[in-house]
Design a binder for this molecule. Structure first.
Ligand SMILES: Cc1cc2nc3c(=O)[nH]c(=O)nc-3n(C[C@H](O)[C@H](O)[C@H](O)COP(=O)(O)OP(=O)(O)OC[C@H]3O[C@@H](n4cnc5c(N)ncnc54)[C@H](O)[C@@H]3O)c2cc1C
Length: 637
């Protein structure tokens, strides 16, 4: 299969403009004749559904929560990047582009990233116009703070609730269209399969999560904004409901999966505290603006932090990376935290934590200023750990947080199934092998508010689509297959809970396909996963029935998909014999322990094609070329 990224050529500054100009437009009166399905109401799906409806399309929008405004985007804390250069500290569209390509360790497309940096400016304007209450300075200008991987301050924020405030903006825009009858909203409805007719995406099969009814919905195009798949690891900072089912089932219908092994470990999470924990909590990266990361210099030093004098502390990020200090990118900060813990210098009972210390900042700025900046995060930390971070340093450790991989899409955000678009965290598009902090919200909103509304017209205007209805054989067949999976899960009547299988899979993935990976470990995981999957399909216990509210059934379907996805992630990690960004293969590191890329052999986006469960998928490669930011060893020193 030839992967055509449809990336424009020529001067990078004008690529998006020229591309848009060449795309077909659609007469507003004709838009009313077309229906678009949008699955997802997070920042990506919510902004897309609202914008497409605003343009005049009929939109059917789906989410599994009880309200569109409960999408996981609401949890985003720290902020959203934009190259406004309000601080006059040297920022520009080009610098945001440069930082993102470099931060992604040269595994993303230059054209996409440049467009993202350009659009970042529009996003802030749009959100301000919607009334999103971004933090402001005394002068009235919007305030900025710094995030990892950048030496400028370009992160816009609303205390530690940026995702919530941005989502309220998108949600209001969506509600307006729901009120106007332009969007039909289906909450508590889970997409379980994609309907493909003559090779094109034409609809979805869903399960009503209250009644259990399985139904089909048809349209001219389908958009997936269904979020990331970090919960394959069981413990992650993602909301418990986040899952991969929508993109996974689309993959099984022919959409290629891009870079599945590119996952992000966030350095500042509250450490795991016990076997039965089901969720990890993020402490926003913004805290690294004022918090200093350290461990004791000596191994096994168990004195309380306050008793360890300054000269017996190792501020290891500041020591190793004097230019970026505590604001190195996430992959670098996480690996270094693991390294000092592996050396026996970790803190807390488990030894799997490092300190994030605010005492200097409190002394310099005073507690009220720190409270104003991070008050809700400090409260959250105190409620969970019982410790007061104004008095003792926070203890933090890396945890799974974000997935850069996702369905492969071209520059128009269309997958390899014509008519299937994928936006936000669900696609693989812009972050390469490592995402910079505060860039996910930027990408989700860029995709939904600005990119998709421009590119989708071109497909709808050119595709000659026959009218279909529920009686079409492809619809009937997909519905029957969906009902079949549900029945099969209910009939197993085994002895183990869904969660117990999920927990075991998560542990295996964290150990062998987590923060660092080896060929040997990945091969071990690849031998275990099919065994565990077999066991799951023979011994899982799903109580209740199909035609009712049944959360155990919902979870079982999602975990069944995680078992298959986990295998693909390990295969991808094994096939990439290099280290880049969050993909750290221990065999490939520099003398200083940094990720060693192999550009001669691996400068490509991996795109995997499904060939059947248990059958090795086919790897396709989209070569990456760098005309503007020349690949070099990433240095933050
Ligand atoms: C704790 C935390 C803090 C973060 N903080 C930041 C930050 O400060 N800045 C930043 O840039 N990024 C941050 N991120 C990352 C960012 O929040 C996410 O990448 C982003 O919000 C994803 O948005 P999305 O619209 O792609 O998906 P989501 O917000 O996850 O939305 C997915 C939507 O799809 C729906 N859905 C999924 N599957 C189905 C299905 N099968 N059927 C029907 N509906 C379905 C869901 O109901 C939901 O509406 C953070 C992430 C976490 C975990």
């Amino acid at each position: 299969m030839e992967l055509d990224s449809k990336c424009p050529t020529g001067p990078i500054e004008t690529r998006w403009d020229r591309h848009r100009f060449n795309l077909k437009l659609m007469n507003p009166a004709n838009k009313r004749k077309h229906t678009i399905i949008v699955v997802g109401t997070g920042l990506a799906g919510g902004s897309a559904a609202a914008s497409l409806a605003e343009l005049g399309y009929n939109v059917k929008c789906f989410c599994f929560q009880d309200s569109p405004r409960r999408a996981h985007s609401i949890a985003a804390q720290g902020g959203i990047n934009a190259a406004k250069n309000y601080h006059n500290d040297g920022d520009s569209v080009y610098r945001l582009f440069y930082d993102t390509v470099k931060g992604g360790d040269f595994r993303s497309r230059e054209s996409n990233v440049y467009r993202l940096a350009q659009i970042s400016l529009n996003i802030i304007d749009q959100c301000v116009a919607q009334g999103v209450p971004f933090a402001r300075e005394y002068s009235g200008y919007l305030d900025n703070r710094s995030f990892g991987g950048a030496q400028v301050s370009r992160t816009f924020y609303a205390r530690g609730q940026t995702g919530q405030q941005l989502l309220l903006g998108a949600y209001q825009a969506l509600e307006r269209q729901i009120g106007a009858g332009q969007v039909e909203m289906f909450p508590r409805t889970e997409m379980l399969d994609l309907i493909v007719v003559d090779g094109r995406a034409r609809g979805i099969v869903t399960r009503n999560l209250i009644t259990g009814k399985i139904e089909s919905h048809l349209a001219e195009t389908v958009v997936l904004g269904t979020g990331g798949y970090g919960n394959v690891y069981y413990l992650s900072t993602n909301a418990k409901g986040c899952n991969a089912t929508a993109i996974w089932r689309a993959y099984k219908r022919g959409a290629l999966f891009g870079n599945p092994c590119f996952t992000q470990i966030h350095p500042t999470c509250i450490p795991v505290s016990g076997e039965y924990q089901s969720k990890l909590t993020l402490m926003s990266e913004s805290l690294r603006n004022d918090g200093r990361v350290w461990v004791p210099l000596a191994k096994g030093d168990v004195r309380p932090a306050a008793k360890i004098p300054e000269n017996e502390r190792d501020y290891f990020l500041e020591r190793r990376y004097p230019s970026f200090g505590n604001l190195v990118p996430r992959d670098v900060a996480s690996r270094n935290a693991k390294m000092v813990c592996d050396e026996g210098r970790g803190v807390g009972e488990s030894g799997l934590a490092v300190y994030l210390d605010f005492s200097d900042a409190i002394q310099r700025l005073g507690a009220p200023v720190i409270k104003e900046r991070y008050g809700n995060l400090f409260d959250m930390y105190q409620r969970i750990t019982g410790e007061d971070p104004y008095k003792v340093p926070m203890r933090i450790f890396p945890a799974i947080h974000y997935t850069m991989g996702g369905l492969w899409v071209d520059y128009n955000l269309m997958s390899t199934i014509p008519g299937l678009y994928v936006i936000g965290e669900a696609n693989f598009s812009d972050h390469g092998a490592n995402r910079l902090g505060a860039s996910a919200l930027m990408q989700g909103l860029a995709d939904g508010y600005f990119v998709l509304p421009n590119t989708i017209n071109d497909y709808i205007a050119s595709a000659k689509l026959e009218k279909i209805d529920d009686s079409h054989p492809a619809v009937k067949e997909t519905e029957a297959q969906t009902a079949g999976i549900t029945m099969r899960l209910l009939e197993i009547k085994g002895t183990r809970s869904v969660d117990s299988f999920h927990r075991d899979l998560g542990k295996l993935m964290w150990e062998y396909c987590g923060m660092s990976r080896t060929a040997e470990g990945l091969q071990h995981a690849l031998s275990k996963i099919p065994e565990m999957r077999e066991q799951f399909w023979h011994d899982v216990k799903v109580l209740g029935a199909g035609e009712e509210l049944n959360q155990s059934l919902e979870k079982a379907g999602r975990v069944a998909d995680f078992f298959e996805l986990a295998e693909l992630m390990c295969l991808d990690a094994l096939a990439r014999n290099e280290s880049c960004g969050g993909h750290f293969r221990e065999e490939y590191q520099t003398a200083e322990g940094e990720a060693a890329r192999d550009d001669d052999h691996y400068s490509y986006a991996a795109a995997w094609e499904f060939r059947g469960v248990g059958i090795p998928p086919t790897l396709h490669k989209e070569p990456l070329s760098f005309e503007y930011v020349h690949p070099a060893q990433r240095s933050y020193k």
